[in-house]
Design a protein around this ligand. Structure first.
Ligand code: SAM
Ligand code: SF4
Ligand code: F3S
Length: 535
């Protein structure tokens, strides 16, 4: 058997608006797969951005492992670096642009090294500028092309079902060409049935249920990078959930940019005949007879062990858009024992004028009404949100109204960022008229207010007992005022989350990782709780 290092063939990316890629000829692929003669590349996947990207990376890593490649211990020792990028703000893109020098040095030390860039920075409308921005990248793949990774690298087995069987689909958002997620439900199903998903965790799993985004937020790049909403078939999602339950997963998070609009694009079926409705907010949408997220939550919750308890003890879902927060969904959260008492419901601003320019298509009053309904149906539910500071035309008074909203809702956590203009989005045509220093000042003021609210909300947990799913042994002690130390400092420092998604630190044995334990909360900071195992 002879071994030689091999330079990966990079099949050129076609013009995104051009014809579908030709399927490689069987003869070439067989030569490519003369595995006796080659050393398969060791790969490293660098993931930026949201949970959706992390889930996609699990799928790409799974496909590389299934092709026979091994994980490299670090980027420096890899022959193949896959960068799964985020474009939500300019700063996220700069993280990758800023690494081009490091990648150039790695390439000069290892001429066989190849770099793939995928994720939201690669879009159907920016193919011509990518090479200039990312000079060290050899292959660009849009998010909808990620299932082609191994084939484009010449690594897919000759008998593997080709990702090219379904042609490339390009749609439009306004004037811009966008990729469509049409193929992803099918490729996900193949990855699940082929056990080709390298899940990063043995306790908690991501489960994508809908791809893309149909919403109208003027500041956001996601509809341009991920295309329109495409739901996975109901039974495919259930099959994946069942497999996760059988594998002993304690927690499953259903994923999508707008997970609560799940199902509107699926065909009506008699078994969903009791589902009736029309969206109350945003673009009108008839929902009759189609599966929805409430039906999905109830079906997954309905998977029970012999003792009658939910086979997946904790069920979560992110992210929810106010348009699709129906009474059916609120009732499912309230009635399904496995569905956790936490909802991430991005508000973005507390000012109606700003919300209108953002294209969010709800008012502050409509949002507050949803919060009221939620809290009435699920007492104690924890609420988190996203806010953008300094959007176009945001006056000091408009910003004050956002602070008022925070005081009124009293969120458990707020993820806030300064507005970052994304070229190609509708808001890029609006004036970016809040100076950078002012955006930063408002962001800091908002975070300061939320720190006080977070502390007060967390103080209310002291003395209570709460169920924690232990996630990890914390590597280094932290003495930050926001992370209260566990009481017994001699025992390993563990951390996990309760059902309300609060970060909880505790001391205990490392073998508790992956288990649900009861913890008595003894201290609270604005961002975390700490306590001891409850006897
Ligand atoms: N789909 C979710 C929703 O309904 O809002 C969130 C998706 S987005 C990945 C996460 C957050 O990024 C948004 O909620 C928003 O607050 C923030 N974001 C998006 N575009 C932004 C921009 N151009 N500048 C600053 N923040 C932005
Ligand atoms: Fe972006 Fe709005 Fe879609 Fe969320 S709902 S991904 S913020 S366009
Ligand atoms: Fe970023 Fe794309 Fe997620 S822009 S936040 S990785 S959907």
């Amino acid at each position: 058997m002879s071994y030689m290092s091999r330079t990966l063939p990079m099949l050129e990316m076609v013009d995104a608006t051009g014809p579908a890629l030709a399927r490689p000829q069987p003869a070439d692929r067989l030569v490519e797969f003369a595995t006796d003669d080659v050393v398969l590349p060791r790969f490293h996947v660098w993931t930026l951005g949201c949970q959706m990207n992390h889930s996609d990376s699990e799928e790409m890593a799974g496909s590389l492992l299934a092709a026979g490649c091994a994980k490299a211990p670090a980027m420096e020792s890899a022959d193949l670096i896959v960068i799964n990028s985020c474009a939500i703000r300019e700063a996220a893109e700069q993280k990758v642009i800023g690494r081009q020098g490091v990648l150039a040095r790695l390439k000069s030390g290892n001429p066989a090294l190849r770099v793939v860039l995928t994720g939201c920075s690669v879009r159907a409308d920016n193919a011509t500028t990518l090479k200039r921005r990312y000079p060290q990248v050899d292959l660009f793949l849009r998010p909808d092309q990620e299932p082609e990774l191994t084939a484009r690298l010449g690594l897919a087995g000759a008998t593997a079902p080709g990702p090219f069987a379904v042609p490339d689909v390009i749609g439009r958002v306004g004037m811009s060409p966008v990729a469509s997620a049409d193929r992803l439900p099918g490729t996900r199903a193949s990855a699940v049935s082929g056990s080709a998903i390298a899940r990063g965790d043995k306790t908690s799993a991501w489960l994508p249920i809908i791809y893309g985004c149909d919403k109208t937020c003027t500041y956001c790049i996601v509809p341009f990078s991920r295309g329109p909403e495409r739901s996975r078939p109901f039974d495919d999602v259930l099959a994946e959930a069942r497999a996760l339950a059988e594998a002993g997963y304690q927690e499953v998070t259903l994923l999508g940019q707008n997970v609560n609009s799940y199902g509107h694009d699926l065909a009506p079926e008699a078994r969903f005949g009791d589902i009736r409705g029309e969206r109350q907010l945003g673009r009108s949408l008839p929902l009759d007879g189609r599966p929805d997220i409430a039906a999905l939550l109830r079906a997954i919750d309905g998977m029970r062990t012999y003792d009658g308890v939910p086979a997946i003890p904790r069920l979560r879902f992110v992210t929810s858009h106010p348009w699709d927060l129906t009474d059916r969904l609120i009732a499912a959260i309230a009635e399904c024992p496995s569905v956790c008492e936490h909802l991430h419901l991005p508000v973005q601003s507390g000012d109606d004028g700003v919300l209108r320019r953002m294209g969010r298509q709800y008012t502050v009053a409509a949002y507050l009404e949803l919060v009221e309904r939620l809290r009435a149906a699920v007492p104690g539910i924890s609420l988190t949100t996203d806010v953008i500071c300094g959007f176009s035309g945001e006056t000091e008074a408009a910003f004050e109204r956002t602070l008022d909203l925070l005081r009124r809702v009293r969120y458990d956590q707020v993820f806030a960022a300064a507005f970052s203009v994304r070229p190609g989005t509708p808001a890029a045509r609006l004036p970016d008229d809040v100076p950078a220093g002012e955006k930063k000042g408002r962001l800091n003021a908002l975070l300061d207010l939320q720190e006080t609210i977070g502390q007060e909300r967390n103080d209310a947990w002291v003395g209570r007992s709460t169920e924690v799913l232990v996630e990890e042994v914390r590597p280094t002690p932290s003495h930050g005022h926001d992370e209260p130390d566990p009481v017994d400092s001699a025992a390993p420092r563990l951390s996990g989350r309760n059902r309300e998604h609060k970060l909880v630190h505790l001391s205990g044995h490392a073998d508790l990782v992956g288990r649900r334990v009861m913890v008595r909360v003894e201290r609270a900071g604005p961002y975390a709780l700490s306590g001891s195992l409850d006897a």
